[in-house]
Design a protein around this ligand. Structure first.
Ligand code: SF4
Ligand code: SF4
Ligand code: SF4
Length: 275
């Protein structure tokens, strides 16, 4: 596995085909559903079963969203049990068996990436892992999302190579791009970089003005350690509340399913009436 692996997303090339999304779900054996609006599925399309998504903006602009694999990840620094880890090579991975579902990482991440398995009986946090295990064993040479992209809108290499390629593209077509590489310095640097013809400040969960170039871990932990540990006990209550609200939302968004079910019942009644 190359050291300091990195993904470069070029917004100008993305056609929004979502081949990357489908490839990610396939290689990670995630359900390839297109979920209706419901709890646990945020408006940006990310969820516990969708680790990358395409944000649509006016003017046909498509922006891929995924974990940035921060060089100094806030999610790792706030995890009390070490379930999230920064590997020696670079990708930020997690150990589902250790995760206790406290969701500190969800609050700590500046990009709103980790998602919780709200509808699991043994829930934990899920997010992009940069196909770490498969890259490490040599089973694949590049992440599945990158391999699937037909436009080289998302490419893979070492961080040095990706920064060099980003600069090459900016220099070759200065009128086409904003002269900025998102992720080169923000939050201490990330291993998923972006170049673009539109401002990408909206990708930050926090106010981009406040994001800055300093690493977040110290700042984040100083804030989170003030949260009472009893907060974790809220998990069970929140999961129960989720189950009730989610069921209601799903029933409301699937009236035809309800109607079909009712029709089936009344049809059976009719059949009984004919007998
Ligand atoms: S983007 Fe968020 S989840 Fe990903 S490594 Fe950075 S802090 Fe962690
Ligand atoms: S790097 Fe792997 S896990 Fe991450 S979005 Fe791409 S395919 Fe999914
Ligand atoms: S596969 Fe490439 S072009 Fe298609 S949506 Fe993903 S990044 Fe964009």
């Amino acid at each position: 596995m190359i050291s300091s692996p990195c993904i470069l997303n070029d917004v100008t090339r993305c056609i929004g085909c979502e081949e990357c999304v489908a490839a990610c779900q396939k290689i990670n054996q995630l359900p390839q559903e297109d979920p209706p609006p419901r709890m646990g599925h945020s408006e940006d399309g990310l969820s516990a079963t969708r680790w990358t998504s395409i944000l649509r903006r006016e003017g046909g602009i498509n922006v891929r969203k995924q974990c940035r694999h921060c060089l100094e990840p806030a999610c790792v620094s706030v995890c009390p049990v070490g379930a999230l880890q920064k590997t020696a090579e670079g990708p930020v991975i997690y150990d589902k068996s250790i995760c206790m579902g406290c969701r500190y990482c969800m609050m700590g991440c500046p990009f709103g990436i980790p998602h919780y398995e709200w509808n699991s009986l043994t829930p934990s946090i899920r997010k992009c892992i940069m196909c770490y295990e498969k890259l490490k064993t040599g089973e694949i040479k590049e992440p599945a999302c990158v391999k699937a992209c037909p436009k080289e809108a998302t490419i893979f290499g070492s961080r040095e190579e990706m920064l060099a390629e980003a600069r090459r593209r900016l220099d070759a077509e200065p009128e086409k791009y904003i002269q900025h590489i998102w992720g080169e310095h923000e939050v201490g640097g990330t291993s998923v970089l972006y170049i673009s013809h539109v401002d990408l400040g909206f990708l930050a969960w926090e106010n981009p003005e406040e994001l800055g170039s300093g690493a977040l871990p110290d700042r984040t932990w100083n804030a989170l350690k003030k949260v009472p540990f009893e907060f974790v006990g809220m998990g069970a209550f929140m999961t129960a509340a989720w189950w009730i609200i989610d069921r209601r939302m799903r029933l409301e968004s699937e009236p035809e399913v309800e109607n079909a079910a009712e029709g089936e019942v009344s049809g059976k009644d009719d059949e009984r009436g004919l007998q």
